[in-house]
Design a protein around this ligand. Structure first.
Ligand code: PEP
Length: 251
C-alpha cells in the first residue's frame, strides 16, 4: 500500500509572519496517520523558521527549486547542501512555471534530481502537457519523454523513492481540474513508464501525485483513483483549514 502524500506548493506567496502562523496552526491539528504525509514547499526565506516550527510534528518542509551544484559562482541560487543543512526534506523539481519562466529543461531537471538524491532530499518531479499538446493527442508521448529524461540514470531504489507529480499545465491555477479519470489515465501511464525503465516492483512503490486546481471539494474523488497517490496543491494549500482538509482526505 502506497502512502497518500499531500504537498502544498505556496509559490511566491506569504510573508514570514504568515508562514509562521500557518505552521503553528497546521502542526497543532495535523491528523496522526502514518499513511498520510503532509509537506509544505515554501519560498526559501521561510524555510529555517518552518523547519524549526515543524520539529516534533509530522509536517515536512520542502523547497520549490534548487541548483544542482553544491556551491560556486551561481548568483541568486540555492544549493542542495544548503537545503539539507537547514533540515529540508523535499524539493520540487521541474515545476511547469520554472520550465516556462526560468528555462528549466528535462536535462536540468535530471541534474537536479540526481543532486537531490546525492544530498538525501526527496525530489517531487513535475511533468505535464500544455492544452495544445493535449488537443493534438500528444499527451502520452510528451509525458513519456519527460519521465524518461527526468529519471535517467537513477538507481531502482532512487526511482522508487521519487515522487512524480502529474500536473497538466492547463489545469494549474485555472480552476479547471482534469477529471479524475483523465488524471488517473495519465498517472497509470506514468506508472507503466516507470515499470518499463525499472521493474514492476519499483513501479508499485513510486508515489504519483496529481496537481492542478485540487481543492477540498475534489480531492476525495481524485484520491479514490487507482494510480493517484496524493496531490501537489497550489492555491488550496495556502490556508491552514483547507490544507488540513486535503491531508485529512489522505487518511
Ligand atoms: C501547483 O502549484 O503546482 C498547482 C497545481 O497549483 P493550483 O493547485 O493552484 O492549480
Amino acid at each position: 500500500m502506497r502512502n497518500k502524500v499531500i504537498a502544498g506548493n505556496w509559490k511566491m506567496n506569504k510573508v514570514l509572519s504568515e508562514a509562521d502562523q500557518f505552521a503553528d496552526s497546521v502542526t497543532a491539528s495535523l491528523p496522526n496517520d502514518d499513511n498520510a504525509e503532509a509537506i509544505v514547499c515554501a519560498p526559501f526565506p521561510f524555510l529555517p523558521s518552518l523547519v524549526e516550527k515543524a520539529k516534533g510534528s509530522d509536517l515536512k518542509i520542502g523547497a520549490q527549486n534548487m541548483h544542482f551544484e553544491e556551491s560556486g559562482a551561481f548568483t541568486g541560487e540555492v544549493s542542495p547542501v544548503m537545503l539539507k543543512d537547514l533540515g529540508v526534506t523535499h524539493v520540487v523539481i521541474g515545476h511547469s512555471e520554472r520550465r516556462e519562466h526560468f528555462a528549466e529543461t528535462d536535462e536540468t531537471v535530471n541534474q537536479k534530481v540526481h543532486a537531490a538524491f546525492n544530498h538525501d532530499l526527496t525530489p517531487i518531479v513535475c511533468v505535464g502537457e500544455t492544452l495544445e499538446q493535449r488537443e493534438a493527442n500528444e499527451t502520452m508521448n510528451h509525458i513519456e519523454n519527460q519521465v524518461q529524461k527526468g529519471l535517467q540514470g537513477l538507481s531502482d531504489e532512487q526511482v522508487s523513492s521519487t515522487i512524480i507529480a502529474y500536473e497538466p499545465i492547463w489545469a494549474i491555477g485555472t480552476g479547471r481540474t482534469a477529471s479524475s479519470e483523465e488524471a488517473n489515465e495519465v498517472c497509470t501511464q506514468i506508472r507503466n513508464i516507470v515499470q518499463d525503465i525499472t521493474s514492476e516492483n519499483v513501479a508499485e512503490k513510486v508515489v504519483i501525485q496529481y496537481g492542478g486546481s485540487v481543492k477540498p471539494a475534489n480531492i476525495d474523488e481524485l484520491l479514490s483513483q487507482s494510480d493517484i497517490d496524493g496531490a501537489l496543491v497550489g492555491g488550496a494549500s495556502l490556508e491552514p483549514a483547507s490544507f488540513l482538509q486535503l491531508v485529512e482526505a489522505g487518511t
